[in-house]
Design a protein around this ligand. Sequence first.
Ligand code: B3K
Ligand code: ZN
Length: 915
Amino acid sequence: MANDFLFDPDSNALDRLDYRPPEYLIDETDLHFDLHETETRVKSKLTVRRNPDAPEGGPLMLNGEDLKLVSVKLDGKDLDRGDFEVTDKHLIIKRPPEQPFTLEIENEINPKENTMLSGLYIPEQEEIFCTQCEAQGFRRITYYLDRPDVLSTFHVTVEADKEKYPLLMSNGNGDPTKTTDLGNGRHEISWDDPHKKPAYLFALVAGDLPYIEDKFVTRSGREVELRIFAPEGYEDKIDWAMESIKKSMKWDEDTYDREYDLDVFHIVATTSFNAGAMENKGLNIFNISLLAGDAETATDDRLIAIEAVIGHEYFHNWSGDRVTLRDWFELTLKEGLTVLRDRQFTADMHSQAIKDIEDATDLKARQFIEDAGPTAHPIRPDHVAEFDNIYTGTIYEKGSHVLGMMRTLLGTETWREAMNEYFDRFDGQAVTCDDFVDVMQEVSGLDLSHFRKWYSQAGTPELSYSGEYDAASKTYRLTLEQETKPTSEQAEKEALYMPISVGLIGQDGKDIPLSLKGDTEAGPTTRVLHLKKDKQVFEFTNVEGPVVPSILRGFSAPVKVMTKASEDELVFRMKHDSDGYNRFDAAQEYMAKVVLDMAKDIEAGKEAKAPAKLLNAVGHVLSTDAKSGDKAFVAKMLELPSYSILVQSLEVVNPDALLDAADKLKEQILDAHQGDLATIYQATITPPGDKYEVTPKQVGRRALHNLTLDYLAADKSDEAAKIAKLQYDQATNMTERLGALTALSELDKPETQAALDNFYDRYKSNTNIVDSWLGVQARMDGGDGLERVKKLTEHEAFSWKVPNKVRSLVGAFAAGNPRHFHRKDGEGYKFLADAVIKLNTINPRVGAGLVKPLLEFKRYDKDRQELMLEQLDRVKATPKLDKGIRELVDKALATRDGATKKGNEPKPSGGTLAA
Ligand code: B3K
Ligand code: ZN
């Protein structure tokens, strides 16, 4: 099939290695939109020529889906019926001329009925037109070569009703208010984008949207008009977004030498959007949840996320737009890289240690699960049926960590130099991950051939270590071992090349300077070891006494540490590790061990008690760090490991026992440290008159305040409900108010429902806050959780057509309420399957995202497995099942009878801490 990847008829998947360059190129794309809600007319005029690099010259197969073709002309003449063919996927021009030609196509679309929110659509309850074209939405607008390696210059004219749609926008330079009146109640405007781009970066917006304006002057002096548009009622909540865009522009100049390249930068927010946001050239479109927010209406975490996503989409202007990708298999080229850039940005704006902790925790909770399950894929996958299915933790987050390792290997300065070379060399081109690594290799002079294996091998490498101290020779031999278990579609694994950052902590709690055998002088106290083989030994010299190893500092590689350190060692590292991430990790590891042990006791009908050693270690954090230290860090140290992390260490998960164990641990920590927790809670109250700021100091204070409240509420006492209610009533910001509401939601008290009702009444006009309200209730542990969620699907605040609502309620329930989702009667599973089946016709992209918790059936007992499989079978039997949902369900069902996952065997650490 010309112009398309080949289909494998058996798997219905596309193959990366079947890539062929396009046979035709489109130099100019002239689009005219005559916007009408149910009948929009699209006229396109394409300047087409044969691709000299692929001179086969077969038929021209333009992609098109859900389009009504009106006419097609070649070089100004109507094409004869016999010269073209229309299928449900293509418009085929059978015998295109050898010489360049123009193709004029007219077609009709129905934006109002477009509930898939892909292509041109009218969002539910909004009177605007907007678009989403990545990955393959442009073909739902008009017939086109809808592939990222066809780059074209776009000229776009938009015509619409003048009253209803005063602002008309597309990519490029211009002022959306300066339209031409057409005299018949309609008006129009033209947009020219000087930068060639693939169709997935096309955007169009029309509507009557309030906006704010500002300016940014780039470092070479270009003045850029910044405008942010939001639905009515949100225009006073986008100042933080405006600050964020200015910070992003400056940061990318300072850190990556990247300057903005148009005279305007527009951002539009909508309430119905499949993704978080989209990096369309010069016209980013955002999900309202990641754009609107201020102190009163968004939490600290949300504001930092808004800043990060604004940064992310802006950074795509270079890593994605100016240098784009050859095909969708290469998605991590732009996404992994842009996530790495936004992670650096957030760390620079706030705190490196907290960012390291959050990113590592997120990777473990989401991506490690993916790697261990039926949809495991490498960061550059080889077979994909639905490209929208690969917007995953693997391609985004793991991809960013792979690049982070490359940066570690190159060093900061060489990385910057190599990145500049990458952007310069490939500006205006569609390239691959191999092109990227070639540049890194060339500029650094390093041999990265082995490192490239990260792009093709799926699965989480498991890292083990053991140390041996020899007092006579004062040497410490550290053995590092790696192993990657087979993943669902890849049995054979090889050793990977990874930087392992280590330190050795002396008995006095201080890091020792590290010299490796052969060094002439003592090195720094943290060193990066290059692990390339299954097993390697590193010998440290001049080690004066026993040490405790601190391995994988700063989470230097996206791997799972398998070695189980002794409890004494964990406590020691909780107190002394100079690496923030590893100190936190020691606390997590210890708490995870305790929760898992307690869960076993609960299952065995025994009393579940946390060891005094852990309670004392927590006490140490509370009494020492909370007073002197960084509050954000203390809050992290006290966070219990999440359910999705805990399940990864279990052969068979018993959700109730696990959740009860975590509750009990919290209660016992409260019991042991009520005084300290209450003191810290009081000490972290916002001082009267304090001006709200998103600074590490304030954010840390509020995080610790909410966390201590959460502990204080662990005994479910009336007293705790009173404290939470008081915090709820007196809160001056959303962080504290939502923290209080969450604490109340975990208590079954009269205050609980009262606060929930009050919260809804107070904020019902703010769609984002209503999402938080749905989310809190979706996760509630007490009462009949499923019944509550079912009822909420009938609430005026809920709509199946709005992705944010579905995710906040149904998605949060399935992924964040294990007790009720995993009900023994299978009703939780049935509810989710019903939702997926419903969404199959409304918005299958959202349905595919929702189905994932069911794919995890292997982690549960036989009875639950059967119930989950029954629902997967039901989804599979849905008539006209979307190919994206089918791909995921098929992958899971293919592992139905396979062997169950191997348990993770703990290994001793070989730390030499004297007891
Ligand atoms: N590139 C978009 C995601 C598009 C999602 C398509 N299913 C946002 C981002 O990663 O920046
Ligand atoms: Zn992105």
